[in-house]
Design a protein around this ligand. Sequence first.
Ligand code: GLA
Length: 377
Amino acid sequence: MLDVNSFESDIIVESPGRINLIGEHIDYNGGLVLPAAIDKKIRLRYRKNDSDTCEILSTNLKSSFHIDLSEISRSEIEWQNYIRGVIYHINILKPGSVKGFDCIIESNLPVGSGISSSAALECGLAKGLNELFDIGLNDLEMIKLSRDAEHSFVGTKCGIMDQFAVVKGQENSLILLDCNTLEYKLIPADFSPYKLLLLNTNVSHSLASSEYNVRRDECDIALSAIQKKYPKYVSLAEIEPEVIEEFRQVLPEKVFNRALYVSEEQRRTRRAVQCLGQNDLKGFGDCLYGSHKGLRHMYDVSCKELDFLVDFSKNIEYVLGSRMMGGGFGGCTINLIHANKIEDFIEKTKTAYQDKFEMELSSIKVNISDGVSIIDP
Ligand code: GLA
């Protein structure tokens, strides 16, 4: 096992988690999303070891493993697959570029809470190996190969939003990303006098991966049916709700609901961006509530703990908006709260949550920060 104290790093990488303000389950439907990187990070320390093997240690999991670079395959142990997958996909793009290395991973990103510890790990690894072995990958290659690793090694058919935000994040900016073209615009993240707060249900979304893939399939079914009548559409998110309505009797009810959610969420995302531009934070908050309603009732990816937190916040006048964030089935809500009232809100909500579910609620104050970066050892 690697010794954390005596380990001499050649390089150190810090890789952030991400939040998403709005545009949930929209990335793989080819629409606009509004994520940002945050100041909660994974730190990866690397050294070359002049061999054909790698040793990786996760201090949080208190677990380590070896990889033989001549045969990289999937493991039964999930967290290893993020790492195996990234090395495998770097090797496809740049054969033989990854040589032997050791890596110690430390994290203050809670796993399974919807802030994408997975993309942080993938992109932190890609960035670190790129630097350590001077591989010459550009940002977009790192983003895409990290996503591909998650598809082929972990089995979650995720979109591209998380990896994009982790690599392209910038301090105090939101990323308005078009997931069809990958064009993006930075928007100032100025909510003052309000702030963002995450509340972690501590319900880990273990079912999420399989249900997530089911949602993707349902959206594909809807798009194919609509394309038969309207071949001009290339993605579900670009279709107006009025057009989706035409298919109410044609599509199975569930599939119709998924499609209508995507279309309405896309409209809400555009409206939310407009509200931000006009400093209409109340309007922006209403979009967050609207998003949660759709995710809960039409996309069916929420859970009772998330719903409770969002409903609870509706009765508190200094909260402008709240919704579940990320893949769903557990994890965090994202809340827009008056900066002076944050402590008050945390206390009230924790007590109510404890009384209701006999479980602890954690709060995570987030600042919007830079994407994955190399720092001085
Ligand atoms: C997960 C996926 C993303 C995205 C979100 C939902 O975080 O990794 O690609 O689909 O869920 O918006």
